[in-house]
Design a protein. Sequence first.
Length: 207
Amino acid sequence: TEVSPGAVHLPDWLDAPAQRELLEACREWARPPAGLRTVRTPGGGTMTARQVCLGWHWYPYAYARTVVDGDGAPVKPFPEWLGELGRRAVRDTLGERRAAPSAAYDIALINFYDADARMGMHRDSDEKSDAPVVSLSLGDTCVFRFGNTETRTRPYTDVELRSGDLFVFGGPSRLAYHGVPKVQPGTAPAELGLTGRLNLTLRVSGL
Ligand code: MD3
Ligand code: FE
């Protein structure tokens, strides 16, 4: 489903075994050093979703090769298989609409949401590439709010993201405001063995 030009939602893209495999990898990446951390914004705020990065370390509002706002360790490598997953995701959603093959995916940001976690409306503008962002969801269903490129407010579209869903944001949607106003606790597939929600985004740094 194309929610907005360049924003394509493909529900249930990952089957149950693929979800379990990705979850297991995320659990490994979450371990220290350079593991899961709480992000603090310059204004004194705290993000409620905790995060781990691969390839490049994101901190508000730039990328680095070490966990500059955490344990200082080198960021974990971005595995080749994730890059292949990203290319397949773009092909399955945007397909031939993509003008030219973009540079290789080299960043993964993984956000862990508990029942109370949220993400406020924001734009992702720290990447120096206009390549599409690939988003994969695991665990609890959430309400994902897809807005406009001008303001953090209406008009926006609320979409439920479920375990296994793929969402790709390219073209004019790449710089749209978006957020996660709510997680729906206890909605994860029981066989996955995950309490809460996890979102993995693949990006091209342009660095
Ligand atoms: C639209 N993550 O990591 S996924 C983020 O569920 C982020 O954790 C949310 O926003 C989450 O920055 C939303 C959907 C998403 C991800 C990246 C985007 C939508 C996007 C980048 C550009 C435009
Ligand atoms: Fe975002």
